[in-house]
Design a protein around this ligand. Structure first.
Ligand SMILES: [Fe+2]
Length: 289
């Protein structure tokens, strides 16, 4: 069994599982957190097609299967897309048939209790092929685009389930970038996920600016009252954050039909998460789904 522990060996084994995604020519679609939300994932790939972005120029930061109602269908959709995918804590836990999601929530927190419901459901729904694919995913990727080199992680380099929030100090980001560069050489930016909140920060590594880009999540809203979810596009001008329209009513109904009524079903229709337990205090709004 894997422990839902921040420091467990499996959760900290990020840097040893590296894959080079090569040189990507043209705009790059960056997304994370499909979270078993089939409607959102299908909508994202439709948007990508409209933008002329192929699977080979698509990067997913992981957590393909989590809160929502269609884990098996969502996994198949992402597997067939040709996207470069990093293992999130959900892929690590589901791939290895762990006892829980390994999200890194504190024991007993609302997010921890809610997670047990969807984790059991996803664990029941996934087939052996999907689990084998999850186990095959790298912990970290690198690619080059527009003359710059990027690393891709799920949470952070020190642990797949470390939350890097936009309010954290520069030193936290610099330490994580330092771990990546010590293992894989200099980068101009890091693409990350796990928190579900889209943001970009620029920190200085010596004299060099390095960007920390969180794509946000496509499978749940960003706890801001907007039911649309988040992804990003990397172009010659830098990173551009976009919102994703999709059929959130159908996705929410699929959750209720599957018996997933802990509150994330309401998130899809309210734009707020069911709990703020996992957020830093300065990011709490005092409002939940
Ligand atoms: Fe995660």
């Amino acid at each position: 069994m894997l422990a839902n522990a921040y420091g467990s060996d499996v959760m900290t084994d990020v840097l040893s599982r590296h894959r080079n995604f090569g040189v990507l020519e043209g705009p790059v679609l960056l997304f994370g957190g499909p979270y078993s939300n089939f409607e959102a994932t299908a909508s994202l790939f439709e948007r990508a097609s409209l933008m002329g972005i192929t699977g080979q120029r698509t990067i997913c930061t992981g957590d393909v299967c989590a809160y929502c109602g269609n884990p098996a269908e969502t996994a198949r959709l992402v597997m067939g897309s040709g996207a470069h995918v990093i293992a999130g804590n959900c892929e690590v836990s589901l791939g290895e048939r762990a006892a829980d999601c390994g999200c890194g929530f504190e024991d007993g927190a609302a997010c921890d209790r809610f997670a047990m419901e969807w984790f059991r459901f996803a664990d029941e729904e996934l087939d052996d092929g999907s689990r084998a694919w999850m186990r095959s995913l790298p912990g970290i990727g690198t690619f080059c685009a527009y003359g710059k080199r990027y690393a891709v992680v799920h949470g952070a380099a020190s642990a797949v389930n470390r939350f890097i929030w936009p309010v954290m100090s520069d030193s936290v980001l610099c330490d994580e970038i330092g771990l990546i560069e010590a293992a894989l050489g200099p980068v101009d930016g890091v693409i990350a996920g796990h928190t579900g909140m889209a943001f970009e920060r620029v920190v200085s590594i010596g004299e060099r600016p390095v960007r920390w880009i969180n794509t946000g999540a496509i499978g749940l809203p960003a706890h801001d009252g907007d039911v649309r979810t988040s992804f990003a596009v990397l172009t010659a001008e830098g990173v551009r954050f976009e919102r994703l329209d999709y059929d959130h009513e159908t996705a929410s109904a699929a959750m209720r039909a599957a018996g997933l009524r802990a509150g994330y079903d309401r998130s899809l229709t309210s734009g707020y998460w069911p709990s703020e337990d996992s957020f830093p205090s300065e990011m709490r709004l005092g409002r939940v789904a």
